[in-house]
Design a protein around this ligand. Structure first.
Ligand SMILES: Nc1ncnc2c1ncn2[C@@H]1O[C@H](COP(=O)(O)OP(=O)(O)O)[C@@H](O)[C@H]1O
Ligand SMILES: [Mg+2]
Length: 301
């Protein structure tokens, strides 16, 4: 069963947004709307995220990823369409109930995690629980558990500025995990980290996921990160999802030239699971351009 469903979501900023949606439905382009002073940030987004699945939304800067994510937790109201969360129509909930769902069941991890400088690491990790009105004792217990999960329990009495950037980002992740939310929304959460640390965080997220089986929507502009983390990936371009599928489907059967150009430089062997047998340090073979034989095996559409 899917935990989250986006059903024909639109978000238009600017003048007469509802009218703009009508025009988009009848084929108007983003550029045409821009001439009239409207920005079509998200156009007709449809997807489902299953329980325990990492769903990656990948696209260049400005393609609408953050706007889409903000609609998924009700921070931003869609111009049209619905968000269904665990069978409930999130977009139809009264503000108070929406706040409850948002603070208890959905957690967000941002790119630049704003830790409170005058609170300890433990207090920072427990912040989401404090917002839920959980007792201090339970806050500390659950925050300690979450810090343990991300490998930071020995730092719990430290101040944020004693931690490296990667560790601070881990505290952000711990804060989200401590709330025991069913759905984690991660917006470019690792993008500000150095490449090496970033790889470590990706590995750690995958390891945690084996244990926790959360539903995760992970946003990135980095195709390699998308391929590494995603059970399925949605590729966005100019507000539209141009393709969704498993990493292998996207590499082997790109839906159009745009996606094809994107995946050109990807290490196909790794995506297709052939790198596991390669001894560490061995030079990877060049990417295979002709995927015809594999392509047949892929279920299109
Ligand atoms: N509050 C807003 N008002 C007007 N335009 C916005 C607003 N938020 C985002 N946009 C526009 O919507 C488009 C998508 O932005 P965004 O969702 O931030 O993309 P991404 O996260 O993929 O970089 C951009 O053209 C951006 O300028
Ligand atoms: Mg963004």
């Amino acid at each position: 069963m899917s935990l989250l469903e986006a059903d024909q979501l639109f978000k238009v900023f600017g003048r007469r947004p509802e009218q703009a949606v009508e025009r988009l439905r009848s084929g108007a382009t983003r550029d045409e709307l821009r001439e009239d002073g409207s920005t079509a940030a998200v156009v007709d987004a449809c997807f489902e995220v299953g329980e325990g699945e990492i769903f990656v939304i990948m696209g260049l800067s400005g393609s609408g990823k953050s706007t889409l994510l903000r609609m998924l937790n009700g921070l931003s109201r869609p111009t049209a369409g619905r968000v269904l969360f665990d069978g409930q129509e999130l977009t139809a909930l009264p503000p108070k109930e929406l706040r409850t769902v948002r603070s208890h069941r959905i957690s967000m991890v941002f790119q630049h995690f704003a830790l409170f400088p005058h609170r300890s690491v433990l207090e920072n990790a427990g912040y989401g629980l404090e917002q839920q009105g959980v007792s201090r004792e339970e806050q500390d217990r659950r925050a300690t558990e979450a810090l343990d999960l991300v490998g930071l329990s020995q730092w719990k009495d430290s101040w944020p500025d004693e931690l490296s950037g990667g560790m601070q980002q881990r505290v952000g992740l711990a804060r989200a995990l401590a709330t025991d939310a069913d759905l984690l929304l991660m917006d470019e959460s690792f993008s500000a980290l150095d490449p090496l640390i970033r790889r470590e965080m990706q590995e750690q997220l995958l390891q945690l996921q084996q244990q926790l089986r959360k539903s995760i929507v992970f946003i990135t502009h980095d195709l390699n990160e998308a391929m590494r983390l995603g059970d399925r990936i949605a590729v966005m371009r100019d507000g539209r999802i141009v393709q969704q599928g498993t990493p292998a489907e996207i590499v082997l059967s790109p839906a159009d030239d745009y996606v094809a150009a994107f995946v050109e430089d990807v290490d196909r062997d790794r995506v297709l699971g052939r790198s596991a047998v390669r001894p560490a340090g061995e030079v990877p073979s060049p990417p295979q351009r002709d995927g015809t034989s594999e392509r047949k095996a892929v279920n299109r559409g």
